[in-house]
Design a protein around this ligand. Structure first.
Ligand code: ZN
Length: 318
């Protein structure tokens, strides 16, 4: 197995022997004769109808900070589970499921795409009419030499398959599910996006989304996020979360599932430290220690809030 800093941390987390934690290698990507595992974690009850929070990162290999936030949260959680009896009790009726690094070979080789040049966030079965598109950026099928390449129509890449299968198995059976996929690289503020990415029309889940936003704004009034549908920034072909959101509603029409995407506004890090412009990682990740540490901390509040909201759905979904 290839060793990157992120894969080493994942391996370290896998060594936790706790009956509440299970780990799995969902698939392995072979690139240049090295193996890169896609690893998942499930924490809590084995009852898959229980409320669940999903934490995902590393869809885009250059956006290391997203994977770091998820790994940092899981490390802290695994440590707390060793001493916090109340927390263990909560997990008897609740689950957190996670794939912290969906595109491990891309991350190891400083690529946004997977090794085959496919932008995984544009690789789901395509909904034809996409609104508010930006040429190339919204996804295209011209060439895998260009960024934002969607891949071959109708063929999902191994990494996308691993994510979709995992969500179908671990999230679809749940009556109430929330998830966050951590990204970075667009804009000056941290945007919290909800579906859809392909259209400005609201989904049938919009009342629940509005109610959760209201709960968040009142519970954490000074939060840092700009909350909006993904399509408000730009439309996307083949957005994996649009696809999974619609599939969940077909599978579980009485359930609630809201997949969030957190787009950390990395232009702010570049604005404050312009030297980052000369480093490809610097365009997507904070390079100064204090800014990196602040990023690690600031999203824990959001994760804890969503965990609580999923356990207390009857108090906001009325
Ligand atoms: Zn991204």
């Amino acid at each position: 197995m290839f060793k990157s800093k992120e894969l080493e941390t994942i391996q370290h987390l896998c060594e936790n022997k706790d009956p509440l934690i299970s780990t799995n290698v969902l698939d392995t990507i072979n690139y240049k004769n090295k193996d890169y595992p896609i690893v998942s974690f499930s924490i809590g009850t084995k009852d898959k109808t229980a409320p669940v929070l999903g934490l995902f990162g590393g869809v885009h290999g250059l956006e290391k900070i997203g994977t770091h936030v998820v790994l940092s949260y899981l490390s802290s959680l695994f440590y707390q589970l060793k001493w916090d009896r109340d927390l263990r009790e909560l997990f008897s009726k609740f689950r957190i499921v996670s794939i912290p690094l969906i595109n491990p070979a891309g991350m190891a080789h400083f690529k946004r795409s997977n090794p085959r040049g496919v932008d995984l966030m544009r690789n789901a079965p395509v909904i034809k009419d996409v609104e508010n598109t930006i040429p190339l950026i919204s996804g295209h099928t011209f060439s895998n030499k260009l960024p934002w390449y969607r891949g071959v129509e109708g063929e999902m890449e191994k990494e996308s398959h691993a994510l979709v299968d995992f969500i179908q198995k671990e999230i679809f059976p749940s009556k109430v599910a929330l998830s966050v996929d951590f990204h970075s690289g667009f804009g000056l503020v941290d945007r919290l996006w909800y579906p859809y990415g392909y259209t400005n029309n609201p989904s049938i889940m919009q009342p629940q989304i509005d109610s959760l936003i209201n709960l968040f704004n009142n519970t954490i009034p000074h939060h840092v996020y700009q909350i909006e549908p993904q399509s408000a920034s730009y439309g996307i072909y083949g957005d994996l979360w649009d696809y999974l959101f619609d599939e969940y509603m077909k599978h579980n029409p009485n359930g609630v599932y809201i997949p969030w995407t957190l787009e950390m506004g990395s232009w702010n890090w570049v604005r404050k430290n312009p030297l980052q412009l000369f480093n490809i990682e610097g365009l997507f990740n904070p390079m100064k220690d204090h800014r990196y540490n602040r990023t690690m901390r600031r999203h824990f509040l959001l994760i804890d809030f969503l965990a609580k909201a999923s356990r207390n759905v009857t108090n906001w979904n009325e």
